[in-house]
Write a protein that binds this ligand. Structure first.
Ligand code: SF4
Length: 365
């Protein structure tokens, strides 16, 4: 096949049916708006069922964002502010512990902890949050700090990534979320997050985490200034690292919410773009076990439909989510377990409660 050959949907279908890996050119092809999104979705559903059968996962979790003060002030971010802003907050140890207690009392198995990079807080503050929560609630899995925060800790501590992660693991870190990846291409990052770590650093933090046995997630923030080619490049780079380490658990496509950001002139993605992005991600990331339809970002309706377009996980009940709601997400603040299970059953799948590491949770319903 020559380099100029344009792949057809039939060729792609045959490859997917045979379990062969799609090339970047084939990924770009299925991103084209003129290619039937539902046909792409059916191919993704084939992969999804091959990987996870009819299971659709969820967990019972809560979010904790200890501060919204951030030195980076990314144009994409509606959540962060400067320390002198009237919206600025920094949670006290007492407030943080109260959130941990609330999570445990609500039956959460996971606390997802991310926030701003505060100008006056040292590594010890962030490390102390993990230690304090883990000592008080050892049964609560702490999925904490994005690669952006870890890279800042490296700067603050003047030590390598490995040293920082080892301290956090000793303190009780259970796994890492996948935020901060955005789109790896520097031409995009300079517009949406110019002061944030670059793509290579993000990948390197995750590579080191995987080498230490930490499982992590990966995200892609789409629907702003990026092109389909830049989305595919992002997916291919994640796929390459997964080939190398096998340490990623789930991929989470995040639809950009422009409201309240410095990119507020950009239109929100359509439901069909969201579904196509989920489907193409499932097709390209053949070495990822899970693709999430994160209902906070996609909205409950689109996330439910996305279960038939390649996604196999709705994320969790998510008490206290601030970051996407500050940017105008109109999804509810939280879902109950009954609501999540009903969404999954209505979509024709089998609800499976998991813990953070995708082990079936044992709970009497
Ligand atoms: S996206 Fe993250 S790093 Fe950027 S300003 Fe917001 S909180 Fe800070």
């Amino acid at each position: 096949m020559s380099d100029t050959h344009q792949p057809t949907l039939d060729e792609i279908r045959r490859k997917v049916e045979a379990g062969s890996r799609l090339s970047a050119a084939e990924g770009e092809m299925v991103f084209r708006p003129e290619v039937d999104v539902h046909a792409v979705g059916r191919l993704a559903d084939l992969v999804r069922r091959r990987t996870n059968s009819d299971a659709a996962f969820y967990n019972v979790n809560a979010h904790l964002n200890p501060t919204n003060v951030c030195i980076y002030r990314c144009p994409l971010c509606a959540y962060s502010c400067n320390a002198d802003d009237e919206r600025a907050y920094v949670m006290s140890d007492k407030e943080i512990l109260a959130r941990g207690r609330e999570a445990v009392e609500h039956g959460c198995t996971e606390l997802h902890v991310v926030g701003g990079v505060h100008p006056d807080k040292g590594f010890d503050w962030y490390l102390g949050i993990v230690r304090m929560l883990h000592e008080a609630y050892p049964g609560l899995h702490l999925k904490a700090w994005t690669a952006v925060e870890i890279a800042r800790f490296v700067e603050l501590a003047g030590r390598p990534v490995r040293w920082v992660l080892e301290r956090l693991i000793e303190a009780g870190l259970g796994s890492m979320p996948g935020g901060g990846a955005e789109i790896f291409d520097p031409a995009v990052r300079v517009q949406i997050c110019p002061r944030k770590i670059d793509g290579a650093t993000w990948l390197d933090v995750h590579r080191t985490a995987h080498a230490l046995g930490l499982r992590t997630n990966a995200t892609m923030l789409y629907g702003h200034v990026e092109s389909p080619r830049q989305r595919i490049d992002h997916l291919v780079r994640l796929r390459e690292l997964q080939d190398e380490t096998g340490g990623f658990q789930a991929f989470v496509p995040l639809a950009f919410h422009p409201e309240g950001t410095r990119l507020a002139h950009i239109e929100r993605t359509s439901a069909l773009d969201d579904l196509r992005t989920v489907a193409v991600s499932r097709l390209m990331l053949d070495n990822f076990d899970h693709v999430k339809a994160y209902w906070i970002s996609l909205g409950v309706g689109t996330a439910q439909v996305a279960l038939a377009y390649g996604a196999d996980d709705l994320d969790g009940t998510v008490c206290h989510e601030e970051i996407h709601h500050q940017a105008g997400a109109d999804s509810p603040e939280a879902l109950t377990v009954d609501e999540i299970r009903r969404l999954i059953i209505e979509a024709g799948f089998r609800p499976v409660e998991r813990d953070t590491l995708y082990r079936a949770a044992e709970r009497q319903l």
